[in-house]
Write a protein that binds this ligand. Structure first.
Ligand SMILES: *Cc1c(COP(=O)(O)O)cnc(C)c1O
Length: 482
């Protein structure tokens, strides 16, 4: 399988393979990588795959996208990644061996697809754990190493650290805003004692940490000399890994391959739902992809109006579903590439506007007129909606959900009337409530349950360096440790 850039590789060598793009980020022309065509999955494959384990299904799907790793090696990587031991936090009564079990709220009609059973209790573990094993494998083959530098305000950083801890050839330097994360999130990251994990708490805001990462990435000489890499949400391997659970969710929620299913996805950077879009393009019987945002509704606005209006940093709201607080959606360009008939010149023209901080308007275009072909619907949610939804789900079903999943359930309730009664609607559960205890207390007047193996986490010794947001000082810290 060859990969292309959404902007057409202007002036660049074309068509790398999977391992060539695994360790990088953007394509050299500033675009995002996508497979040159989507593998078509027919009825025969669906019939053969229905009974597979998660790891078996992951191998079948990923081997369509990854043709430059020998099949036996890829199989071993999938088997090692998707185990009930790694993804062990299923709700009592749900089958941990399924990795992403469905927990029905209304049997056969409305369910949660549990994606947050991994080590850091958020869906990012689904892809990041695979990425850790892929990185280790490819780096060993090439005799190389990498130093991952990132900034996090919560879920991404911890998912990356738990995926990369103890991996040969990989070091992680993760910047976080000092004192700005929840006690649980801090304990999760800072209690790691692995030699190859470095936590740096920056005395500033998330944006200060992010600016330092950007400044280092723009210093091409430093970047090359110290082999600086990233694991951000535009990484193609993460999107590919996420395609798997859409298939698994379909098989869990239906009994026959004649049925259809709908997914409702709490969204920020459009990485999760982009994988759903690709699964549907491959031939998965998806009736509807429902996109849910919080108050930061740039994506909901696009699907309602055809106008994509990235927000300024100052316009970005701080909400109680913080992992969806984005001003522009970094993976959205992948969908727009398909929407405009995979024409890289059109994408490049649209993102000339976006990169200059201007909106684009497709409302009167022939492309937006065809948006119905892509089966999207959307909606948004507020803090009050979130509290009400968490309360109602707990009261009606005895199930505690997190703030992001609540945004999904709220929008799924709005849309469910438009979906035929024999089509199950699965809300993707993107985090467990214990990560957002403060809002759970506000909604329910009680504390969320802490998984047994994480009780006492906050009392463990922590390993973190507190530093000023000073570029030179942080560069020196890295240089002294690689
Ligand atoms: C990252 C994240 C999201 C948003 O996912 P995108 O791929 O950025 O759309 C939603 N919920 C949680 C809990 C997350 O960590």
């Amino acid at each position: 399988m060859k990969y292309i850039s959404t902007r057409g590789h202007v002036g660049q060598p074309a068509n790398p393979e999977f391992c060539d793009i695994l360790l990088g980020g953007l394509a050299p022309d500033g675009g995002l990588y996508l497979p040159e065509s989507y593998p078509r999955i027919g009825r025969a494959e669906l019939d053969a795959w229905r009974s597979l384990s998660y790891a078996g299904l992951a191998f079948e799907i990923l081997s369509r996208f990854i043709t430059d790793i020998p099949a036996a090696d890829l199989k071993a990587i999938c088997d090692k990644t998707y185990t009930a031991d790694v993804y062990r936090h299923a709700r009592p009564g749900d089958d941990t061996a399924k990795i992403t079990p469905v927990h029905w709220l209304e049997q056969g009609r409305l369910g949660l697809l549990e994606l947050s059973n991994g080590p850091t209790l958020a869906f990012k573990d689904m892809a990041m754990q695979l990425l850790g094993n892929l990185f280790e494998y490819v780096l060993a083959k090439r005799g190389e190493s990498i130093n991952i530098l990132g900034a996090t305000s919560g879920d991404t950083g911890s998912a990356a650290e738990y995926a990369m801890r103890g991996k040969q050839g990989v070091r992680v330097f993760m910047l976080s805003p000092h004192g700005k994360m929840s006690a649980f999130q801090r304990a999760q990251m800072y209690s790691l004692q692995d030699e190859n994990i470095f936590n740096i708490a920056v005395t500033g805001m998330f944006d200060d940490a992010q600016d330092i990462v950007k400044a280092v990435s723009n210093d091409l000489e430093f970047k090359a000399k110290y082999k600086i890499g990233a694991v951000n949400s535009i990484n193609w391997a993460r999107v590919a890994a996420q395609v798997v659970y859409y298939f698994k969710g379909y098989f869990e929620a239906t009994t026959s391959n004649d049925q259809q299913v709908a997914f409702c996805v709490p969204s920020g950077n459009f990485g999760n739902i982009c994988a759903g879009h690709i699964a549907r393009m491959m031939g998965l019987p998806v009736a509807k992809l429902i996109l849910a945002t919080n108050e930061n509704d740039v994506l909901d606005e696009f699907f309602r109006t055809g106008v994509y209006r990235p927000r300024k940093t100052a316009e970005t709201r701080v909400t109680s579903s913080p992992s969806m607080d984005i001003s522009k959606a970094s993976n959205f360009e992948r969908f727009v590439f398909d929407l405009v008939g995979r024409d890289p010149r059109k994408v490049a023209a649209l993102w000339t506007e976006v990169d200059a901080g201007r909106p684009f308007d497709l409302s009167a275009s022939a492309e937006f007129a065809r948006i119905g072909d892509f089966a999207f619907a959307s909606g948004s949610s507020s803090h009050a909606d979130r509290l009400a939804t968490i309360g109602k789900v707990f009261e009606q079903y005895g199930v505690m959900i997190d703030t992001h999943t609540a945004d999904g359930v709220k929008v799924a309730w709005e849309q469910i009337e438009t979906i035929p009664a024999d089509v199950p609607v699965l809300v993707l559960e993107t985090a467990l409530p214990v990560k957002f205890a403060e809002t759970i207390r506000e909604a329910l007047g009680r504390d969320p349950e802490v998984p047994a193996d994480l009780q006492g986490l906050e009392a463990l010794p922590q390993r973190v360096e507190v530093m000023a947001p000073d570029l030179e000082q942080i560069k020196r810290f890295i240089v002294e440790r690689v």
